[in-house]
Design a protein around this ligand. Sequence first.
Ligand SMILES: C[S@@+](CC[C@H](N)C(=O)[O-])C[C@H]1O[C@@H](n2cnc3c(N)ncnc32)[C@H](O)[C@@H]1O
Length: 281
Amino acid sequence: MTTATRASSYYRTGEHPQPEFELKRLREQALMFWPKELRNFQQLGLRPDWDVLDAGAGPGFITEQLLSTVPQGTVTALELDEGLLAQARSHLAPHEGGRLRLIQGSITQAPLPDAQFDLALARLVLQHLADPAQALAELNRLVRPGGRLVVADADDAMWGSVHPAIPGLDGVLATRRRHQAKRGGNRYVGRAMPAMMRAAGFEQITVESVAISSDELGMDALAGHLDVQARMSLLVREGAIAEEQISRVQARAEEFLATPDASFVLLMFLYSGVKQDGGQR
Ligand SMILES: C[S@@+](CC[C@H](N)C(=O)[O-])C[C@H]1O[C@@H](n2cnc3c(N)ncnc32)[C@H](O)[C@@H]1O
């Protein structure tokens, strides 16, 4: 599919060569970052009765965390991909219809009325969009005046660190970045967020970094993120990178994982803003 016709650079259901691996990776990533993300939400004034939108909710692992974070509020999960939404439904079914709504649709044109959320979260979604500004404008429409937007996303120049170095890893990450850009995404989207959020009608912009590390969680907990073969399997299938190159880096990554005192840190950024009381610009 060409850039022009893709709604998102993220894999659609049926596209990922190793869907079980990807699902497990998303789950682990959600659960490892969440405690520190939650601390940030609490600092931003999150209350137990807030109505929250989880935009681009995927299989719903963060949706589930949000549900227990707002026990007197509601959570709406919006997701483009019907297969991922079905995954969310399969483990969140007991909650649906009460405080939880699961809705199929796009963050750039949501089938939802204006100004009904106290908080909208777009987590690891905007890096997949050809037009993130359109998504921010739509999120501005959906949030109540005085309500918050949090964009949790990456900036590939500050993805984290490995010590000691894994030879060849930087090259693989650069190829992934170019591949995602060809599919319409942008792994540098983080640095553009503050200006784009202001342009979309948000103010009081703050930026926080959130780190997870092998030193806090243990190397086994993060090891899936260094399974280069599984993570890059779509790139290999699409001819973006040679299998031999991936095998070489995989071997170096396995050496790294077996190195005593190795350290692995992954970073994410939380960009937050408040919707101006006057509404959209
Ligand atoms: C990397 S996953 C992140 C899922 C979840 N937010 C999390 O943090 O675990 C990106 C998700 O964004 C969804 N997505 C991509 N483009 C979208 C769009 N235009 N509207 C709604 N969801 C979208 C993808 O289908 C996928 O589920």
